[in-house]
Design a protein around this ligand. Structure first.
Ligand code: GAP
Length: 449
């Protein structure tokens, strides 16, 4: 399958199976905004929960936080976003479509706008002068626009962590090194969004800021880089050959080291199909230093044992929940020929799959629907997401769940009614095992993880 086809197929499967819908579709759709359907919301929740478990619940040295989206406007001046969070925007003088000049220059290998061709209408070298366009969405707080103060929808969750650094450190009685983790919405008025949920105007970040003693930052950066790569591989199950770490050649002014975890999506995403799913940065003391200066409040950590006070350095791991979810779908999608038909399968890791099992009566008689219904209810009551389906031929019911990414299928048949055993079918191998009805929960738990 060509890479370009994969994204089209995912968009169509995502809609068909209730993973992702275009926002406001009945009005023609809102560009680059997407809604997660019944299966999509479960998958994304499972991704976020896996991250929270690894970053917060399994560690003593990271605390959770849920800071507000709206913050004091000076936060964004101190952070540098008001002045610098901009993209150079150019408009084609022929068709009036707008693009990011830097993206066009690198895509077309041109030295300046004179050599650029409009990707929309094909006109060459006819552009407005580049204008710096701020990516933050602005709105107003207060009853009327003229008397109100401007507020921004946060473009990253990180600033909510920095301004709460001492609140968390003191209330949780943490000592350096320690981290603060947060999952939340962020908003960016991207000039050229697109590629399904890869680049959107509204998205969710899973960010962790780790505060360390200056001088130990290089070592911590390496540790976090390795841990995060391992998380994508082992916890999320992304194929190692589709994952890479790409160090930044040009560093932002505040960073002393930075790089991206990239996944191979294919098609027009990122650098020849490799798109960033997480950024890892050594942000030095830039953020706490700026907030200290702009707020006039001390942001230093006091180490009573060593009798020292200092501004910690920050190692940031910043992953996109939507991009990781899209990577899970792209990683899982496959088509294969089975008995002369194409079988579409989403081989999502069982721990992340929205539904863990389908439960099917072989036929709609002889007490099988009732027995299957009892199994389904019992699984749900034990916290195992299950789907009951009695409509259509059993093969079609299996195929529907293969496409939905459900890793197991339990079938109640004549033998079940005689001796209490069921068949369990595995999505990826299509192999079937016969087990006792009383063993179903243990069988699934062992494999779901
Ligand atoms: N605090 C650092 C920060 O925000 P970033 O590299 O700009 O760093 C981090 O963003 C992650 O957020 C990216 O790796 C990506 O997964 C996600 N992200 C950024 N912009 C996005 C967008 N427009 N749509 C979807 N996800 C986005």
């Amino acid at each position: 399958m060509a890479d370009t086809d994969l994204m089209d197929k995912l968009v169509s499967l995502a809609k068909r199976r209730g993973y992702v819908f275009q926002s406001s579709e009945i009005y023609g759709g809102a560009a680059s905004v997407w809604d997660y359907g019944p299966l999509g919301v479960e998958l994304k929740r499972n991704v976020k929960e896996a991250w929270w478990k690894s970053m917060v619940h399994e560690r003593d040295d990271i605390e959770g936080l849920d800071a507000a989206i709206l913050m004091h406007p000076r936060v964004w001046e101190a952070s540098g976003h008001v002045a610098n969070f901009t993209d150079p925007l150019v408009e084609c003088l022929n068709c009036h479509r707008r693009f990011r000049e830097d993206t066009l220059l690198s895509e077309q290998g041109a030295a300046d706008a004179a050599g650029l061709q409009c990707p929309s209408c094909g006109t060459r070298g006819r552009w407005t002068e580049p204008r710096q366009f701020n990516l933050m969405f602005k709105t107003f707080k207060g009853p009327t626009e003229d008397s109100a103060e401007i507020v921004y929808l946060r473009p990253e969750t990180a600033q909510g962590i920095y301004v709460n650094f001492l609140n968390v450190q003191q209330s949780a009685r943490q000592k350096i090194p320690f981290g603060i983790a947060q999952i939340g919405k962020a908003f960016r008025n991207e000039i050229t969004p697109g590629n399904f949920t890869f680049r959107t105007l509204e998205f969710e970040q899973m960010e962790m800021q780790f505060f360390v003693k200056p001088g130990t930052d290089g070592e911590w950066f390496e540790q976090w880089r390795e841990r995060r790569m391992a998380w994508h591989r082992e916890v999320i199950g992304l194929a190692p050959e589709r994952l890479r770490y790409h160090p930044h050649e040009k560093l932002a002014h505040y960073a002393s080291a930075a790089g991206d975890v990239e996944f191979f999506f294919g098609g027009s995403i990122g650098d020849e199909g490799w798109g960033e799913i997480e950024g890892i940065h050594n942000r030095t003391d830039f953020d706490l230093g700026n907030h200290q200066e702009w707020s006039g409040k001390r942001m230093e950590y006091i180490d009573p044992a060593a009798g020292e006070r200092y501004l910690p350095y920050i190692i940031e791991t910043s992953a996109g929940a939507d991009r990781v979810t899209l990577a899970v779908l792209a990683n899982a999608y496959r088509e294969e020929e089975v008995e002369g038909e194409t079988r579409v399968v989403l081989s999502i890791k069982p721990s992340l799959a929205p539904l863990k099992t389908g439960v099917f009566p072989l036929v709609k008689k002889d007490g099988m629907p009732e027995r299957a219904g009892q199994i389904h209810e019992a699984l749900r009551a034990r916290g195992i997401p299950s789907f009951y389906d009695e409509s259509g031929a059993i093969g079609r019911r299996y195929r529907r769940q293969d496409e939905a990414g459900t890793p197991f299928g339990i079938t109640v048949d004549g033998e079940t009614m005689e001796n209490g055993t069921v068949t369990v079918r595995e999505r990826d191998t299509m192999t079937q095992a016969r087990i006792g009805q009383d063993q179903i929960e243990a069988y699934l738990r062992e494999r779901i993880g």
